[in-house]
Structures are given as structure tokens and as C-alpha cells.
Ligand binder design. Structure first.
Ligand code: IMP
Ligand code: MG
Length: 184
């Protein structure tokens, strides 16, 4: 079954479905080896990280656990507000746990910087970050990313979990959205 989408909405596909799959193979191999013999808790940041979380977690041993947080640093537009709020907290107690935060994208870094501080204060044995994408030219706060997929240009992108006004999350690739879609 093929998903339906109109390629005219996008300027360019910057990370293909195949690129994502091969990158997750490599990252998951590294993660499996780094956490060998340890219980790993993947913490996904809703909603953008759902696709990368699902595909990464399926490459882990079956003892891997998933938990979710929802935070908000964006409205429905395309610019970060700089304010981070918890909309949904974790179910898990992090005491003594090895935690890997799974993110879709690091844009300004504000969300992740705040999240790292928040999770580190809960007594975890370790807290690291995996992110599929990063926009190096947009970073305002440096965040230590142990597992990174791709550095991308400072453009608004959608697909593979990333949305514009809640649309386009289901695309199998990451693409630059045509400004005409969100400008009037
Ligand atoms: P931050 O600016 O690093 O705090 O990014 C916060 C969140 O904004 C990310 O986790 C994404 O969910 C979202 N975001 C950042 N850049 C983009 C983009 O280009 N497209 C869609 N969502 C984005
Ligand atoms: Mg996100």
C-alpha cells in the first residue's frame, strides 16, 4: 500500500526513506553496542519523534522500553517561542535508569536543553540524546547529541514525524515545505 501525497507541496526531498532506513541501521548498531548488558529506556518526545522512535525501537533488543513526554515550545506556526511547558509527563521513574531521549529534530536546541536538565534532575544513571535531524545554523543552545542522523539546512521541513500545523507527519521522507503552503 502506498501513501498518497502531492509532491508539488515540497521544494525538495532532503532525506529520503532509504537514507533514513540506512542511518537508523547504523545508529541502532552503535546504540545496541553502547548499551549492551544495560536496560535501556527510550524517551520519545511527542509528537514529532513517533516515527523515529518506532523505527529505532524495532531495531533494539525486545527488552527495550519506551516512554513518552509531550512538551511544547512551538505554536502552530514555524518559529520557536522559546518557552517550554510539559503537556504530558513520563510514566516511568527514572531513578537508576539508562535514558536515551529520542528526538526528531534539534532546531534552536531550546527544547532539548531544557529536557536534558529536567530528566537529569530525576536521578537517572545516564541521559543521552539521539536525534534524527539537526539544523546547525539554527542552534542557539548547544546540546550534546550522542547519536545524530543528519545535519540539514536551516529551512522549515516536514515529514517522518515533523509537521506543519499537524499535517505532513506521515510522509516517509523529510522534505522542505514550499513557503507558498504556509505564506499567504
Ligand atoms: P527547538 O527549536 O530545537 O526547541 O525545536 C523544538 C521542536 O520544534 C522540535 O522538536 C520539532 O518538533 C519542532 N521543529 C523544529 N524545526 C522544525 C521544522 O523544520 N519542521 C517541523 N517542526 C520543527
Ligand atoms: Mg520534537
Amino acid at each position: 500500500m502506498e501513501a498518497q501525497f502531492d509532491m508539488d507541496d515540497f521544494t525538495k526531498v532532503i532525506v529520503s526513506e532509504n537514507d533514513i532506513s540506512r542511518k537508523l541501521d547504523a545508529l541502532s548498531e552503535q546504540i545496541r553496542s553502547d548499551y549492551e548488558g544495560k536496560d535501556l529506556l527510550l524517551v520519545g518526545v511527542l509528537k514529532g519523534a513517533v516515527m523515529v522512535m518506532a523505527d529505532l525501537a524495532r531495531r533494539m533488543p525486545p527488552t527495550v522500553q519506551m516512554d513518552w513526554m509531550a512538551v511544547s515550545s512551538y505554536g502552530s506556526g514555524t518559529k520557536s517561542s522559546g518557552v517550554v511547558r510539559i503537556l504530558k509527563d513520563l510514566d516511568a521513574d527514572l531513578t537508576g535508569r539508562h535514558v536515551l531521549i529520542v528526538e526528531d529534530i534539534i532546531d534552536t536546541g531550546i527544547t532539548l536543553h531544557w529536557l536534558l536538565g529536567n530528566l537529569r534532575s530525576r536521578g537517572a544513571a545516564s541521559v543521552e540524546v539521539a536525534s534524527l535531524l539537526r539544523k546547525p545554523d539554527a542552534v542557539q543552545v548547544d546540546v550534546p547529541v550522542k547519536y545524530l542522523g543528519f545535519d540539514i539546512p536551516n529551512e522549515f521541513v516536514v515529514g517522518y514525524g515533523l509537521d506543519y500545523a499537524e499535517s505532513y507527519r506521515t510522509l516517509p521522507f523529510v522534505a522542505i515545505l514550499k513557503p507558498s503552503v504556509y505564506e499567504d
